[in-house]
Design a protein around this ligand. Structure first.
Ligand code: NAD
Length: 515
């Protein structure tokens, strides 16, 4: 049954007519702050789509004040009542999926089917958060000592904030806020300034679902805005997803201010292909994992390590063949496989890496530089790129390029492949293609990476697991969503109560109590 009417406006109704401007969402209302603005582009046309407000200190403070004011009542709202709002929210997200995905494609550039995939994974987290009554039940020990019962409860932290990257403008915020608010916190989201519109629609739909004003707020902005959030002592915790240098810095700066911080960073995800792999399926999976979303995914496969020259020769030939059939164009056309990069700067950066790969001596088998699309000459398009015979000391191997550039390395054993992965700075995701269960088990058991696939190129955990990497792909202890989110967004309180019989008088005891 549909409880609330879907949000019927067209996506562009969120934006003032002229000049197109997107503000903030505080206390259930759109709030302008035009003191500073940034440009939001349509990456397929290269044109400025709208101006986004970059929140000043006073706007950040207003959002924190609204969230702090909403917290006392929200934390006392029974978890099953919070879940009822999330159930309605899930329905609204599904009813408005097309609107949300059009906004994602308009500002990020990804193909519309890919945007639906992103939203679907976000909705899964809302689904999981609907079970919050079960997740918050706590732990009880009866008769922990004579007439003593002990139990733990999980209390919300208060005002918590999330800072998110451009590459999943709906899903990554949804990794955070559904669980944070289900746990009884109030939330401030600072989405990427490059594609901010989906976040505002997500906020409006929460209001439509019945969420009290102030429980969820969106402030748009840049690094200065984030600094204001870090400085505000009323913000108890910070979830961050973005590049590694910023994640590292946010973790240090936030922790120094006494906040609880989880900061997820960048990646360089390796796929290993063994000689016994089902190559046709492996290569199909690699195409999607390397070039889907123009390579702008933290779980994208950007390195293929082939064991043996024969495996490498076959894999490379099949990849080249499939790359020549790749359809590149605007994301609004669902027939395309790959849209543009996010910005002109990203286009320059990825192009420079390809130049560097050539200069460093890697073999360039598919060259995406100079790709041009009739009618979209100013769009941020680039073609799929493939390098063979890449060496571990090359910058195209070491650095996260975050574009459609796939590097093939050749080794002579699984051990050598695993050594490469373990020695890399990042440890987000990896995948092994094989038909050998014993070898797969050895790989999953020993590899130094947080999310591991076997014959699954993008092993993004489902909502009831948790998502996070190892090494410099995650700063902090707890992953996002799943059971770790309950731990991150709550504080444990442990009670010990004794109710002795009234007739007994006890002597003072000076030894430390033991049970
Ligand atoms: P980014 O680090 O440039 O920006 C992320 C967020 O941080 C944005 O909201 C931005 O406004 C803010 N920010 C930028 N500079 C800041 C500063 N100096 N101080 C405080 N905040 C600052 O990342 P991006 O380019 O938007 O996203 C791509 C990166 O995100 C890639 O490195 C990708 O691997 C990573 N990513 C990681 C995961 C993961 O789960 N590990 C998921 C998605 C994306």
């Amino acid at each position: 049954m549909q409880l609330v009417k879907p949000y019927m406006s067209s996506p562009d109704a969120l934006v003032d007519a002229a000049p197109a401007y997107l503000g903030h969402y505080i206390n259930g209302e759109e709030v302008p702050d035009r003191s500073r603005t940034g440009d939001v582009f349509n990456p397929a046309s290269g044109e400025v789509r709208l101006k986004v407000g970059l929140a000043s200190q006073s706007t950040v403070s207003a959002a924190v004040t609204a969230a702090a004011a909403a917290f006392p009542a929200w934390r006392q709202t029974p978890p099953h009542k919070r879940a009822q709002i999330l159930f309605r929210y899930k329905q609204l997200l599904q009813d408005n999926a097309e609107n949300i995905c059009q906004l994602i494609t308009a500002e990020h550039g990804k193909v519309i089917d890919d945007a639906h995939g992103e939203l679907g994974r976000g909705i899964e987290v809302v689904d999981y958060a609907c079970g919050i009554s079960e997740l918050l039940k706590g732990e009880h020990s009866k008769n922990a000592g004579p007439e003593i019962d002990s139990w733990s409860e999980f209390h919300p932290l208060g005002v918590v904030a999330g800072v998110t990257p451009f590459n999943f403008p709906a899903m990554v915020p949804m990794w955070m806020f559904p669980m944070a608010i289900a746990c009884g916190n109030t939330f401030i989201l600072k989405p990427s300034e490059r594609d901010p519109s989906p976040a505002l629609l997500l906020g409006k739909l929460l209001t439509d679902a019945g969420l009290p004003d102030g429980v969820f707020n969106v402030i748009n902005g840049d690094s200065d805005t984030v600094q204001h959030l870090i400085e505000d002592v009323r913000v108890e915790a910070l979830s961050f997803v973005g590049s590694t240098p910023i994640a590292d810095s946010i973790f240090t700066r936030g922790s120094a201010k006494g906040k609880r911080v989880q900061a997820l960073g960048g990646a360089k995800n390796h796929a290993v292909i063994l000689p016994d792999a089902d190559l046709e399926n492996a290569v199909n999976a690699l195409m999607g994992a390397a070039y889907g979303s123009c390579g702008e995914r933290c779980m994208a496969i950007s390195v293929v390590v082939c064991v043996g020259d024969e495996t490498a020769d076959k894999t490379v030939a099949m990849l080249q063949n499939k790359i020549s059939g790749l359809k590149i164009g605007p994301g609004v056309d669902a027939a395309n496989d790959m849209g543009p990069l996010i910005s002109q700067e990203a286009l320059q950066r990825v192009t420079q890496y390809i130049d560097q790969g050539v200069a460093e001596g890697a073999e360039l088998l598919a060259d995406g530089r100079g790709f041009s699309l009739a009618g979209h000459e100013s769009g941020f398009f680039i073609g799929a790129t493939l390098f063979d015979k890449v060496q571990p000391d090359m910058s195209i191997y070491r650095d996260e390029i975050f574009g459609p550039v796939l590097c093939v390395l050749r080794v002579d054993s699984l051990g050598a492949a695993m050594k490469l992965i373990d020695e890399h700075e990042f440890g987000n995701g990896t995948c092994l293609f094989t038909r050998d269960g014993e070898v797969a088990r050895y790989f999953t058991d020993n590899i130094q990476v947080g999310m591991v696939g076997v014959n699954v190129a993008l092993p993004v955990p489902i909502a009831s697991q948790s998502f996070g990497g190892w090494k410099r792909s995650l700063f902090g202890d707890l992953y996002v969503y799943g059971p770790d989110a309950v731990r991150f967004y709550t504080r444990r309180k442990t009670m010990t109560q004794r109710w002795p019989a009234r007739s007994v008088t006890e002597k003072a005891r000076y030894a430390f109590p033991s049970t």
